[in-house]
Structure formats: structure tokens, C-alpha cells
Design a protein around this ligand. Structure first.
Ligand code: HEM
Length: 288
């Protein structure tokens, strides 16, 4: 059987990234500068690719969930999928997810007026995060845990989305020093708040699962995966702190700008690894 995270990682990653980058485009991107137009075009291409990944990976992920439920292979589970989708809660949520993924692809690919389309893509990706939260481990703990799970994913999206937006402006968008200076201070603020929200919501979700049994952090697969995840996230936070307190202030110098862009690229790669740990965690049975 194919491991669940193989389908979950690109799907979760694309959903949070499309959510975070559209949020950045709507509320934080410097629009009054000439480079803003080029940046917007690069972002629209990114959203098309991400929407395509979501629409292709969603049915594959659904099949892998179905195969997991029925303890069978992909081929064996296909004939029973209609029954799983009709008769299980997860199946019914997935029906909505597939329809929402299709809508996302339609809105991202049909040429439409800029800001309206961006707002629609943002709203649809938020719906996808909410539907994902409803079928996460949080479902066992009730509505509050589901809301916290949603907020955790949204904060992850805001952080990664802000960093990727900056990186695209600095590389594909060929943005000049003015755009970078303006975007960098906004990215830095968003990153600070997102990290705070991630730590609080992540700690609540971990508490829900592990409680005061700190021994489970080393004595269970779930706990060890969580430790790897937090360790990788802490490395990104350290790099982000260095950027914020050492480099953002000297953004006027081209050497500081080059180092900043390189560090942001490293942060993005490490956050992709954190997302990998997250989906492994979400697919690891919590310890009892
Ligand atoms: C800093 C401390 C963090 C802690 C303690 C933490 C903890 C958790 C926990 C316990 C879950 C629930 C897993 C489950 O469903 O059983 C989770 C899910 C998740 N985390 Fe974190 N997390 C942290 C940071 C981050 C960061 C930095 C990111 C990415 C930028 C991130 C992204 C996610 C995502 C996307 C999920 C949902 C995965 C899914 O449902 O497939 N987390 N986290």
C-alpha cells in the first residue's frame, strides 16, 4: 500500500500555500509600485499550478483514504468508493472537498478581474482548509479542537505564503529595491504573528493528544514525529529571527538584500519539510 503522506503532502502544501499567498496579495502586497503588476502576474501563474495540484491530488488522496479504511489496495477500493462516500462521514466531507477543489481550479484558470478572482480563490482555499480540519484527528475532540486545527493551518499558510510571495517578488518578479523594502517589513510582521499563532495552536493540539504524558514524546511514534517537527520549525524560527533583527534593518544595502533572499529560500525549503512532518503526524495514530 502507498503511504498516505505521499498524496497528503502536496495537497496540504498546495492548500496552505494558495491560502497564504492570496491573503498576502489581498492585504499586504505593495500595490502602488510599478513592480507590483509583474509580481501579480507571477502569483496568478502560481495559483493556477497550485489549483491544478489540488484538483489532481484530491481524488488520489481520497482513494488512499478509502484504501486505508477498507484495508485494501487502490484497485480493490474503487468499486466500493461510491458506498464509502455515501455511508461514511469522511466520505460525505470528501464529496464537498472534491467539488470545492474543482471550483478552485475553475476560478484560478478562468481569466477574471484581478482582485475579485484573488478574493474568491482565498475564500475557496479557506473552505478547503476547513473541510480538511473536519476530517483531521481534531474531530475526536470536538468543535473547539477543529477550530484550533483550522487556525493552525491558516497561520502556517500566512507564514509560508508571505515568505514565498517575497521570494517570488525577489526572483521571478525581478522586483526592485523599493518593492523589496516595502514587502520585507510587511512579511516580517506577518511572520512574527503567524509564528506566535502556530506555537499557541500547535501546543493546544499537542496537549489534546498527549496531555501531561510527556514520556509519550519519546515513547510513541506520534510524539517522536512531533519532536522532529518542532525541531525543524525551531530552526526556521531562528533563521527568521536573524533575518528580522539583523538584515531587515539594512535592507538598503544590496549585500544584505542578497543574504535575506537566500535565507528566505532556505526557510521555504525547511517549511516544506515541516509540512512533511505535519502530514506524517496527521496520519500517525495518536497514542492512547
Ligand atoms: C511550533 C510548534 C508546532 C507544534 C507544537 C505543532 C503541532 C501540531 C499538531 C499537534 C498537529 C495536529 C496533528 C494531528 O492531526 O494529529 C499539527 C498539524 C499541522 N501543523 Fe503544526 N505544529 C507546530 C508548528 C507548525 C508549523 C511551523 C507549521 C508549518 C508552517 C505547521 C503546519 C501544520 C499543518 C499544515 C498541520 C495540519 C496537517 C494535516 O491536517 O494534514 N505546524 N501541528
Amino acid at each position: 500500500m502507498i503511504p498516505q503522506p505521499i498524496f497528503a503532502w502536496p495537497l496540504v502544501g498546495s492548500q496552505v500555500l494558495i491560502f497564504g499567498t492570496t491573503a498576502f496579495a489581498l492585504v499586504a502586497a505593495p500595490r502602488d509600485l510599478a513592480d507590483g503588476e509583474r509580481w501579480s502576474r507571477s502569483m496568478a501563474s502560481l495559483w493556477r499550478v497550485l489549483a491544478l495540484i489540488v484538483v489532481v491530488m484530491s481524488p488520489l488522496r481520497l482513494l488512499s483514504v478509502g484504501a486505508g479504511m477498507a484495508d485494501s489496495t487502490f484497485r480493490e477500493v474503487i468499486p466500493v468508493m461510491p458506498q464509502i462516500m455515501r455511508e461514511t462521514f469522511a466520505g460525505r466531507v470528501w464529496t464537498w472537498r472534491l467539488a470545492t477543489a474543482l471550483l478552485l481550479a475553475l476560478v484560478a484558470w478562468i481569466p477574471a478581474p484581478g482582485r475579485l478572482a484573488t478574493a474568491l480563490i482565498f475564500a475557496i482555499s479557506a473552505a478547503l482548509l476547513a473541510l480538511q480540519s473536519v476530517t483531521s484527528h481534531a474531530i475526536d475532540k470536538g468543535a473547539f479542537a477543529i477550530s484550533v486545527h483550522f487556525a493552525h493551518q491558516a497561520a502556517a499558510g500566512m507564514w509560508i505564503g508571505a515568505l514565498v510571495s517575497l521570494l517570488i517578488g525577489a526572483t521571478y518578479g525581478h522586483a526592485g529595491a523599493d518593492w523589496l523594502r516595502s514587502a520585507t517589513s510587511r512579511v516580517s510582521t506577518i511572520a512574527g504573528w503567524s509564528v506566535a499563532a502556530l506555537i499557541v495552536t500547535g501546543a493546544i493540539r499537542a496537549w489534546d493528544t498527549l496531555g501531561l504524558h510527556l514520556d509519550l514524546l519519546v515513547n510513541s511514534l506520534y510524539g517522536r514525529t512531533l519532536l522532529w517537527k518542532v525541531g525543524t520549525a525551531a530552526t526556521v524560527i531562528l533563521i527568521g529571527g536573524y533575518n528580522r533583527y539583523r538584515l531587515v534593518g539594512s535592507i538598503g544595502e544590496s549585500s544584505a538584500r542578497a543574504t535575506l533572499v537566500r535565507n528566505v529560500a532556505v526557510e521555504c525549503v525547511l517549511l516544506a519539510v515541516v509540512l512533511g512532518w505535519s502530514v506524517v503526524l496527521a496520519n500517525t495514530p495518536p497514542p492512547h
